[in-house]
Design a protein around this ligand. Structure first.
Ligand code: NDP
Length: 437
């Protein structure tokens, strides 16, 4: 497989783009036909996925290009409604590819869930409970594993257990929380976790007789996936950022400054992270994973020291003229489970990616997030975001105004690019003019 096949991919027709994937045997002919026909999720499947289903709601499915991750070329399926996201990712990927690509690694891949108890009213009761949990921890892990034996057979299962007491609050409520950490192997693991937690909750309530008012409040997986993080890094020689009269060294210096701004200013940090999520969410959707879970975990991680901060960090070494980027994200992604095996387009995603184990998905997601952030702040500190963005926005406007077919759309896009005020009214007026020529 070679990236050369993907040169000027954006200039090709949709049919040609699909043919390239078929010719390279990244997807089957049937999958190619499936994409060409725009089939996607059927109403029948949708009706079995959610309640009160009416239909399906479609979003564009495209390909992020030029990614070299751990020395492997990867084309990244992305689902997004936003113009310029895929172009920016591919642009960021291309520069990093020229610099040797992304190095990505999964630091750990464990999930944590919690059982919250009330009725622990005194510090002394909490100490007794804590001691009991520590003493019988092996029994508790066995109870959890017995509740979901298939994950143990797959080499995973409950690994550790700990507890924490939250003493009485203003509303006279105190909580004793038990945290269970499990290796969910290739699954995100929400359901296996919840099954284990429910079993543990019942066992604990039946065995803790030294706290008379003990009550189980809830047992649920946590999306604060601190033990399922992946890190991507890249090193970019500043000369790769030269553009026209603009010196790459200047761009690199400003990218590092922009990342520092996102450490101290929450307004900027939020948008900095939104840029990262442009890529991460698009990939998480294309892989059939739970993007709300990923979003919740990542934003909580951004506040882990009590202050919401930008997640991707860039530093510039002026002596070596080298820009270094790094991003760590909690990414509880699964390769199986949930809707992953059900959604037909996810099967195409898996074919395109080739390597689809959970750890590879995490490495791709975090690299894509870093590429997306790099492309966004590079644009912001050099030409500004609006120039590139409006170019792509012009196409959406042309379609909204009613332009039809490639020729008319392209004519209208060219006319719109020259217009001072690019909005729907301008697009509609220009279209009328074009049609009357
Ligand atoms: P599933 O309930 O589908 O469980 C994973 C399935 O994959 C199991 O049936 C397991 O089989 C099977 N499997 C096959 N191969 C493997 C393997 N190598 N490793 C692990 N499992 C394997 O999905 P999850 O438990 O992952 O739950 C994800 C779903 O839960 C998502 O849809 C999510 O939206 C939802 N959810 C999320 C919550 C949250 O984020 N807070 C809360 C509740 C639900 P077997 O049983 O034979 O082991």
């Amino acid at each position: 497989m070679s990236q050369n096949q993907f040169q000027a991919y954006y200039k090709k027709s949709r049919q040609e783009r699909i043919d390239i994937l078929v010719n390279q045997q990244q997807i089957t002919e049937d999958q190619g036909a499936f994409l060409k026909n725009g089939e996607g999720l059927t109403n029948e499947i949708a009706d079995n996925m959610i309640e009160n289903a009416l239909s399906t709601y479609r979003l564009p499915y495209g390909l992020g290009l030029n990614f070299l991750i751990n020395n492997r070329e990867v084309q990244i399926p992305m689902v997004t409604e936003e113009p310029s996201v895929i172009a920016a990712a591919s642009n960021g990927g291309k520069i990093v590819q020229q610099a040797g690509g992304f190095k990505a690694q999964v630091n750990q891949r464990l999930m944590t869930g919690q059982i919250a108890f009330t009725g622990v009213e005194h510090e002394s009761q909490a100490l007794d409970f804590e001691k009991w949990v520590a003493e019988v921890s092996n029994n508790l892990l066995a109870v959890a594993n017995d509740a979901y034996p298939s994950i143990v057979e797959r080499g995973g299962g409950a690994k550790s257990i700990r507890s924490h007491y939250y003493p009485t609050t203003a509303d006279n409520a105190s909580f004793f929380v038990i945290y269970l950490t499990i290796d969910t192997k290739e699954a995100m693991g929400a359901n296996m976790m919840n099954t284990m937690l429910e079993a543990l909750k019942t066992y604990i309530l039946n065995h803790v007789d030294f706290i008379p008012g003990l009550e189980g409040l809830m047992a649920i997986l946590s999306n604060y996936a601190l033990e399922a993080t992946a890190t991507a890094t890249c090193e970019i020689p500043a000369h790769l950022l030269n553009k026209g009269d603009v010196q790459g060294t200047e761009v690199a210096r400003k990218i590092a400054l922009a990342s520092q701004l996102a450490q101290v200013d929450v307004y900027r940090a939020t948008t900095h992270n939104k840029g990262i999520m442009n890529g991460v969410d698009a990939f998480v959707l294309a892989t059939g994973n739970d993007w709300r879970a990923v979003e919740a975990g990542i934003h909580a991680y951004a506040t882990r020291d009590g202050h919401y901060r930008g997640l991707a960090m860039w530093s510039y070494n002026a002596d070596r003229e080298l820009l270094t980027g790094t991003l760590t994200l909690p990414l509880a992604l699964g390769a199986v489970g949930g809707s992953i095996g059900i959604h037909p387009t996810v099967q195409v995603t898996k074919s395109i990616l080739g390597q689809t184990d959970a750890k590879s998905l995490m490495e791709i997601a975090v690299s894509l997030g870093l590429a997306q952030n790099f492309a966004a702040i590079k644009a912001l500190v050099s030409e500004g975001i609006q120039a590139g963005h409006m170019q792509l926005q012009a196409k959406s406007l042309a379609i909204q105004a009613g332009a039809q077919g490639d020729q008319e759309i392209n004519q209208l896009v060219s006319a719109l690019e020259k217009a001072n005020h690019k909005n729907l009214a301008t697009a509609s007026a220009l279209l009328e003019k074009l049609r009357n020529i």
